[in-house]
Write a protein that binds this ligand. Structure first.
Ligand code: DLL
Length: 434
């Protein structure tokens, strides 16, 4: 195994890991049944008693939790720690309805930091690295989460947060930053601003790594960023309900390692809730095994992925999840066909003449759905010759139609003309729901 933060846990034999998970699950279920009115009621309503949990698979007997459970109990109705045990709150903005509040005890923060210490070590970071944290600091979990994780492994943190991009680039050069943590769309923006400043990320900085996540991005986008910026780009996943960012790929780049002592992973059919097998794509469900302030049993993340149970080539034994395809609620249904924005990105990024920025506009004409993809042409391919552009457009239309199986219209636009994002990108305008 490449360097590990805690080899004893990270490469624990699978059967031992499962025994540990079972013990933690059992303790959690008894604790919640005995001390949490919310969970006790939930379990009684679905006719499950802690004594029914006799093996790890029995987790499937427990009822699901969803985001609205947190919203309906805003702000802290289902917390299982008292107010004076809490040391921090994070609050997610919530695009619909009330925000959700997550509380942390000191032990919760410790586990969160440990999770990231393992993850950042697994991508090869450590003492001597300078990590620029360009996720938002504050109520969002990205900034502070990565901050404490990077400090824990002995790296030096540059807490830039988002925005003021030119200054970020100057600091990246002056402080010899070796890794940046931000959304993939923000790193794209940083790359463009750097270019305008006459700075090549590849040649004029020490940057060797990106820790990129908080939004869907495609494998093709990874390849492009790795090539143009001369970095290794790693996927990082988490949700505020879990604590925040917690899990990354290792240097093998073969899926995101989910630390099994902290979270029990299931993949279920989003419609029926039935459990799916490793290798089958469905909705990611977590039971958070060691959280004190806000434990979650079978929390439905809404994220679509699949699980890989095999031991990773790096030697870590914990299960991995594949790059996320998107969210159940991000999936567009165009004339009855399911389309994920990440599929569109994947297709566009495999066409060399395309730039990295695009927007999907969905509308309805009469009773028919329409889908327009606006995409920037790359600076190199951008030309005034109308025939060239028409040929490129025809190529893009063909590629999108043949992969997505839907009738897509394409508008090629000038480089730099679509919106840029510092936090999470918004790439879909669905006029059917406005
Ligand atoms: O986005 C936590 C985070 C911060 C993750 C920094 C990674 C890096 P929320 O704001 O609660 O938390 O949003 C969570 O973002 O359910 C996914 O839909 C999406 N998401 C997060 N990471 C990825 C990723 C943070 N690597 C929601 N790929 C999740 C795709 C992601 N989607």
């Amino acid at each position: 195994m490449v360097r590990a933060w805690d080899p004893r846990i990270e490469s624990m034999p699978k059967d031992e890991l499962e025994k540990l998970q079972y013990r933690l699950l059992k303790t959690l279920v008894y604790r919640l049944y005995s001390f949490s009115p919310f969970y006790c009621r939930r379990m009684k309503e679905s006719g499950v008693h802690p004594d029914d949990i006799r093996e790890l698979g029995d987790v499937a007997k427990l009822p699901f939790m969803v985001k609205s459970d947190l919203r309906d109990n805003y702000p802290d109705g289902i917390f299982t720690a008292s107010r004076d045990e809490l040391v921090r709150y994070h609050v997610s903005s919530g695009t619909t309805g009330k925000p959700t509040v997550v509380g942390y005890t000191a032990h919760d923060l410790e586990n969160w930091t440990t999770s990231l210490a393992r993850a950042l070590t697994s991508v090869g970071l450590g003492r001597g690295d300078v990590v620029q944290v360009s996720y938002g600091y504050g109520l969002f979990t990205g900034g502070l989460g990565l901050h404490y994780g990077a400090e824990r492994i002995g790296a030096t943190v540059v807490p830039t947060s988002v925005g003021n991009t030119e200054r970020q680039i100057e600091l990246m050069q002056d402080l010899q930053v070796t890794a940046i943590a931000c959304t993939p769309s923000y790193l794209l923006h940083i790359g463009e601003v750097a270019e305008k400043m006459g700075v090549s990320i590849k040649n004029d900085t020490q940057l060797k790594m990106g820790i990129l996540g908080a939004e869907p991005w495609s494998e093709q986008m990874r390849k492009r960023m790795e090539e143009t910026m001369g970095i290794a780009a790693y996927d990082i996943y988490g949700t505020s309900e879990l604590s925040g960012p917690m899990f990354t790929e290792c240097t093998e780049q073969q899926g995101i390692h989910i630390w099994g002592d902290l979270a029990l992973t299931e993949i279920v059919d989003p419609q029926t809730g039935e459990r799916l097998e490793p290798g089958e794509r469905g909705e990611l469900v977590f039971t958070i095994l060691q959280k004190e302030a806000l434990p979650m049993i079978r929390y439905r993340t809404g994220d679509i992925t699949m699980m890989d149970d095999a031991v990773c080539a790096c030697g870590r034994t914990h299960p991995r999840i594949a790059r996320l395809s998107g969210r159940v609620d991000d999936m567009l249904i165009i004339r009855g066909i399911n389309v994920f924005p990440s599929q569109v990105e994947h297709v566009l990024m495999s066409i060399p003449e395309m730039g990295e920025h695009f927007m999907i506009v969905v509308d309805r004409k009469g009773s028919l759905d329409t889908m327009l993809v606006q995409v920037e042409v790359s600076r190199e391919a951008f030309s005034d010759k109308i025939t060239d552009l028409m040929n490129i457009r025809a190529k893009v239309v063909h590629a999108l139609r043949s992969i997505l199986n839907v009738n897509v219209d394409v508008e090629l636009v000038e480089p730099g003309s679509l919106p840029r994002f510092e936090g999470k990108a918004k790439r879909v305008v669905d006029k059917r729901v406005i």
